[in-house]
Design a protein around this ligand. Sequence first.
Ligand SMILES: [Zn+2]
Length: 435
Amino acid sequence: MSQLQQSDERGKASPLGKFKGLKGIFGRKNLRWLWITLAFAGVCAISVGLGIALGGFFSDDTPPTILLFAPLDGQVCEGEIVLDFGVGDNRSKITSVVVRVDGQNYPIEQPGEGFGHFRRFNLNLDTTKLSEGFHKLEIIAQNSEGEGLVSTLSINFEVDNIVIHLSLSTDKTEIKPGHTLFALLESNETCEIIESYFDTEEVYFYPQGNNWESIMPIRAAKEPGEYQLSVKVLRVDGEEETLTRDITVVSGNFEHEYIVISAKACGEGVPQWKLDEEAQKVATTQRTRTSDQLWDGSFIIPLQGKLTSPFGTYREYSTGSLGRHLGIDIAAPEGTPILACGDGVVALAEELSLQGGCIIIDHGRGVHSEYHHLSEILVEVGQVVERGDVIGEVGATGMATGSHLHWQINIGRWVVDPFEWVEEEFIYGRGVVGE
Ligand SMILES: [Zn+2]
């Protein structure tokens, strides 16, 4: 029985028989070489297979990992802070670590040759060298794989190195009743005023940059004594702070006057509802606070003439009633032109029972000037007037004993001495002048 025959028989039974059968094709000597070739090819195939598998194991397709140990993202920072971070890579070496602040490289010790798989940094970051406000910090790490895989960690933080400083000052520490006080709240950061009082009376502050200013009346009826200006502030950091300033109110030394006047001039015969309605209308006008300051500089005296009654005098009328003189009386012949004491808008221009021919000019921010007893009203409500414009003519209408102008200045509901506004510039933005 030949090998070939055996092979034929057994070749059908198993694949091995095919190889044995090849003996006949290649011959015994050639078959040995075939085995060697196949063995070599098999090793190569395994090697290639392993190579593909191991290649994936040995190559690094993950970029470096950056870990931040101190919470910085979203934080408000001041002074020098320590940026505590680590950079690692599971297989490759870290070849470069760069820190950038707002796109600019920040000095950092550069890793040299042989830089390891992990390294921790404590970078001192001086925030006083940065501007106030928001900044972006980036940590950029690169590994040695191929051309280098790069990771970037972005951190946003806010720099706030300015210490909040608030102060309250006034142009006077001693003041007469019926005089005007200028108050300045200085702040190096923005702030809001929650409430502000002089003694028990609410006062109004207006913003001027980060600062707040108030041109406030001291009531003519205020008793001499020690009082406090108190301003409660909400700071930009959310804290509340109350600032106070002690103010001494001295005697006004107001004179006393006895005025002979007819009952008719005092409104006798005029229905009470009409007097009430007029009083309400005037009060509403006086308490209007338009937000803009319409005047500039000091006021002018609206009429040249003889001062017949100063501001604030205690008055006793021949009718028996008592009162206080709320303005200044200047006598002049009927028909003499009356000028606007400052820039503003006419808020009231009509005949009233007690004031007679009456004009009220709104100068803004609660400041109003009033002109009473006019024989002629030459302006209309809503008309814009400038300091020195002729607005009317002197008369003796309403509660008057002769031809004169009653000139009055109100800040809100309280009257102040008009002459002080001629002598001094009460304007917002001027800051504290004086003491
Ligand atoms: Zn008067």
